[in-house]
Design a binder for this molecule. Structure first.
Ligand code: ZN
Length: 225
């Protein structure tokens, strides 16, 4: 019975957060219509045999890219402004779009919402069971175990989305270099920001490790001399 309740609770939370996310995104976004980025997006669309890619601008300041559970891709106004100011190149912004497309194509954005609600259900169920055996710290241990599991899941998602983006950017003739240079730029921004990383980096694994993984792919795919 408690487990059944926990699952029911999870389903309700899942439905509600998916609905709320979609509402917020609808209310605060417009389609990205930058001509220079359009050229790059058309090259990626051609590489995927798609008529065209649609990307939206989400009207918030933090530097971030986002794949919504319904499959739409968003770049924040803050990120786009960095491009307009010349701090981020078109190729680098295209690499973020490619990364978010990876999350959509590989089913992460949908799974992540399920993960989120699944986590709540798991945490509640664990807390109930553990609380019975170890009163006091039971719920705390339940929370810790659930967070550890979630971190592992999202880490592998990031590497997979990076690899998808690397393949797509390579096929589109843009290459892996802008992915690497963007990571380095955002990392440098973190140092000058008094250690505050842009949101896009915060939710991701260590920069050096991601760069190393990309370099390995680049070497593997390099045409034989
Ligand atoms: Zn990601």
């Amino acid at each position: 019975m408690p487990i059944l309740l926990a699952i029911l609770y999870g389903v309700v939370i899942y439905r509600f957060s998916a609905w709320r996310t979609a509402k917020q995104l609808d209310a605060q976004s417009t389609e990205l219509a930058d001509p220079m980025l359009r050229v790059l997006m058309d090259r990626m669309a051609a590489a995927l045999d798609l008529p065209r890619l649609r990307v939206h601008i989400y009207e918030i300041d933090p530097v971030n890219g986002l794949a919504a559970p319904d499959g739409r891709i968003f770049i924040t106004r803050g990120f786009y402004n960095k491009f307009r100011a010349g701090e981020v190149t078109g190729d680098e912004l295209a690499s973020v779009i490619a990364h978010e497309m990876g999350h959509v194509a590989l089913g992460h954005s949908r799974r992540r919402m399920i993960d989120f609600s699944g986590q709540n259900a798991l945490r509640t169920a664990l807390a109930m069971v553990l609380g019975r055996f170890i009163p006091g710290v039971g719920p705390w241990i339940a929370g810790l175990l659930t967070s550890l599991l979630a971190a592992r899941l999202s880490r592998s998602d990031e590497y997979e989305a990076d690899a998808y983006a690397a393949a797509l950017l390579t096929k589109a003739g843009i290459g892996v270099a802008p992915q690497i240079s963007l990571f380095q730029k955002l990392d440098a921004l973190t140092q000058s920001n008094g250690g505050t990383a842009p949101a896009w980096l915060l939710s991701h694994p260590k920069t050096e490790e991601r760069i190393a993984a990309l370099r390995a792919l680049e070497t593997k795919w390099a045409p034989a001399q």
